[in-house]
Design a protein around this ligand. Structure first.
Ligand code: ADP
Ligand code: MG
Length: 746
């Protein structure tokens, strides 16, 4: 008898290599795994031969045979280095098509030519049509080769294609055809398929049963069948995820938190009195809201979002002071050493003698503000750690170092996480675990996230948003400097920087790398395989990316000669980093050449210009963050995005989008739309990535909300899910994998 737990070999042929690829590389070990490996897309077979009336830009599916396949080498115009390309001709019943695939090196090119595109093979080719020198081309096509070069067999597989041909996510050595055959066989022999989604839930939300859904997702007859099957599986996934979250919420709530009502001190009041500016209305309102949350006997779990420069830190600081006024401690977790140091400096400055607790002549309600970072020596940590342990330190600022086990708090009441996108759920958990009772948590971000993401990734964060900028914020003008079209503009960039410095202002120059010879992450010799198993062309020709060490020298000796140019990057000793930041803040440096270490939070009002080199290398939210470093002191900011990206390329579209708006919400949509959900959750950020296979947080918002409602209703009626054992098992499985993911990391 074959069921979902049977090993996948039960339904596979005896081709050993393929079996191994399916088991090892695709990770499909059971029949259930195989059946839940859904098609990535479907090809309508009606389109397979529609090649008589071609237009440039059509997306086309053709069946054909590889008539020639050659590895060509040429010189990359930008880097001057040799580059590789595989040129393939595909013969069809109609016209022939040319396909070019780019390769980063000869080895990859050779592999593509011989393994990926061997002469004689037949297959389905799906891509966008263009014409080049009178020939039709398919650009970056998706390729499904039939199982064998043998003509008869290929015809057989063509005959077996239904109205919609499923295209599966593949890996090297496995063809879509192999999977399709195995799935079809599995579906005919499979006896009993337990349904994870309880019948009552299926009825309420009008969902297919699992058996029908499996049949339809793998072998659909029309679009409607595909949609209804997909909806069911997405719902299932959302339901399991939401159950994990809802259970966790219930546990947290049951544990309770200490209410922090601020009735034991006057630190916050004293601070408000000395604040050098008026709080904005938004800061005031959110402040009141936080005070309410903190006074609850269960943990606050709130996301504070607001544009770069909207004044989130002050809001957080006031909440921290409130907790100190309640006899507790507050920790501020920063993603980088530079940012932790800066927070420490600015918070200490804002507090003045309110931060001199225990010192002779300190203010009556004063507390201590401690800094704890990874680069501090053991001896340097001793003092802060003991003051954290005794509770003398009311406010503790630090990086990951705060998460270490040795760091013990007397009474941690509030954890503030700055710039959430760098911190994972797991790290937050590590810090919140340090409190005897669960602490209140406030997460700050300048990259707003849609509600569903907040819910899915962060459990159930409530959100507050600062919408206005404090007075004195000037607009930032952003321009794309497109070197692909206008190489001469590069000179103009440095003239503009000189002009800004001439006016007494300062500038940042940001590079994607530290040194020129470094092997960048993801730039290794490995093949870039996308999820369909196709080799992707490199985003930009390899090599030649701007690097801090080189650019700093080149600028100082060349176009910016005579200006005070210094560098900053993560590999410099911490003291040196701190010195450079201080010198820049004090106006003793004109131009700071740096990596993205300045991305978050760095605050130097006199800096008005930012030049981003190889800007296409940065993500949308990263660009937005970086640009927020200028235009802070009432002086208009200028941001130049220097890039070789070709017009019309996705990279260039991204840069244009960033240049077109400074609205973070708008940009976060642009960003999300360009990504798959797995990326949205981020490798470091997602505790649940194993559960998010089919869901897209934006597209499936409604499904996620329904699933959440269903999850709550199920738990209300049956907290241990006794009535739904299959579902309970699935939930336990996800909980376990989240837990083990967390263990691996910590
Ligand atoms: P972000 O939201 O990007 O973290 P910050 O909290 O760093 O912004 O604030 C940016 C700057 O604005 C800081 O120098 C801060 O002291 C200042 N600031 C904050 N609130 C106000 C306000 N209401 N009026 C004037 N300046 C403010
Ligand atoms: Mg900030």
């Amino acid at each position: 008898m074959i069921d979902l737990d049977s090993p996948v070999v039960a339904v596979l042929g005896d081709h050993k290599k393929k079996r191994e690829a399916i088991e090892e590389k695709l990770g499909l070990r059971t029949v259930g795994d195989l059946l839940h490996h859904f098609p990535r897309r479907y090809v309508k077979t009606g389109e397979l031969t529609r090649i008589d009336e071609l237009h440039e830009g059509d997306v086309l599916t053709v069946v054909g045979q590889i008539a020639s396949s050659n590895l060509a080498t040429y010189k990359d115009r930008r880097t001057g280095r040799p580059a590789y390309r595989v040129d393939v001709t595909v013969r069809t019943d109609g016209p022939s098509f040319r396909i070019s695939m780019f390769a980063k090196n000869e080895k990859v090119g050779r592999w593509q030519q011989q393994q990926r595109m061997p002469v004689g093979r037949r297959g389905i080719f799906l891509g966008k049509v263009s014409s080049f020198r009178g020939e039709w081309q398919l650009t970056h096509p998706q390729v499904v080769l039939f199982g064998t070069p043998d003509e008869d067999a290929a015809q057989l597989s063509l005959d077996a294609i239904g109205e919609f041909y499923p295209i599966y996510p593949l890996t090297k050595g496995v063809d879509s055809w192999d999977l399709q055959r195995a799935v079809a066989f599995a579906l005919t022999v499979l006896e009993d398929v337990p349904d994870v989604v309880p019948e009552a839930v299926r009825r309420q939300y009008d969902l297919l049963d699992v058996r029908t859904a499996l049949e339809r997702v793998h072998n659909p007859h029309d679009q409607g069948e595909i949609s209804s099957a997909q909806r069911r599986f997405r719902f299932e996934e959302a339901l399991v995820t939401q159950l994990v979250l809802a259970k966790r919420r219930r546990v947290l709530r049951e544990q309770g938190a200490r209410a922090r009502t601020g009735d034991q001190g006057g630190l916050l009041a004293a601070f408000d009195e000395r604040l050098p500016f008026e709080l904005t209305d938004g800061q005031r309102e959110i402040g009141a809201r936080l005070e309410e949350d903190l006074a609850q006997p269960h943990p606050m779990n709130r996301l504070l979002q607001g544009e770069v420069g909207s004044g989130k830190t002050v809001v957080a600081l006031r909440a921290m002071l409130r907790v100190v006024d309640s006899g507790g401690q507050a920790a501020l977790l920063a993603p980088t050493e530079v940012l932790a140091q800066q927070h420490h400096r600015s918070i200490t400055a804002l507090l003045g003698d309110l931060a001199t607790g225990g010192m002779l002549g300190g203010a009556a309600d004063a507390t201590n503000v401690e800094l704890l970072t990874g680069s501090m020596t053991k001896a340097q940590r001793t003092g802060p750690m003991s003051r954290i342990a005794t509770g003398e330190a009311g406010i503790v600022i630090g990086t990951h170092a705060l998460l270490e086990e040795k760091v013990i708090f007397a009474d941690l009441g509030l954890v503030v996480v700055d710039e959430q996108h760098r911190f994972g759920v797991e790290q937050r958990a590590a810090l919140t675990d340090k409190a005897g009772t669960p602490p209140h948590v406030l997460v700050m971000t300048a990259t707003p996230i849609p509600r569903t993401v907040a819910m899915t990734v962060f459990g159930d964060l409530e959100t507050s948003t600062l919408t206005e900028l404090p007075a004195g914020r000037a607009p930032i003008q952003t321009n794309v400097v497109a070197l692909a079209e206008r190489p001469t503009w590069f000179g103009r960039v440095w003239e503009r920087v000189r002009e800004e410095v001439g006016k007494g202002h300062q500038a940042y120059v940001v590079c994607p790398r530290i040194t020129g010879d470094e092997q960048e992450q993801g730039e290794s010799d490995q093949l870039d395989l996308d999820e369909d198993g196709d080799v992707m062309p490199a985003a930009s020709p390899a090599g030649g990316l701007a690097a801090v060490e080189e650019v700093a020298v080149q600028l100082a000796e060349g176009p910016l000669a005579g200006l005070r140019v210094e560098k900053l990057h993560g590999r410099m000793p911490p003291d040196e980093k701190d010195r450079v930041m201080r010198a820049f803040a004090a106006g003793e440096i004109d131009v700071l050449v740096s990596t993205t270490v300045i991305e978050v939070g760095v605050d130097v009002a006199n800096a008005t210009a930012m030049v981003l080199l190889d800007a296409e290398r940065f993500g949308v939210s990263q660009l937005h963050q970086l640009r927020g470093r200028v235009g802070r002191g009432g002086l208009p900011g200028l941001c130049l995005l220097v890039s070789h990206a070709e017009p019309g390329s996705p990279a260039r579209d991204r840069l244009d989008a960033v240049a077109a708006t400074t609205d973070g919400f708008e940009l976060s949509r642009v960003d999300l739309e360009q990504r798959r959900e797995g990326d949205v959750l981020g490798k470091s950020q997602s505790g649940y990535r194993s559960g998010l296979q089919n869901l897209r947080v934006l597209r499936d918002e409604k499904t996620i909300l329904q699933a959440r409602e269903a999850a709550n209703a199920l738990l209300d009626a049956d907290p241990r899910l006794r009535q739904a054992p299959d579902l309970a098992a699935e939930v336990a499985r996800l909980e376990e994998s989240v837990q083990s993911g967390f263990m691996e990391k910590s």
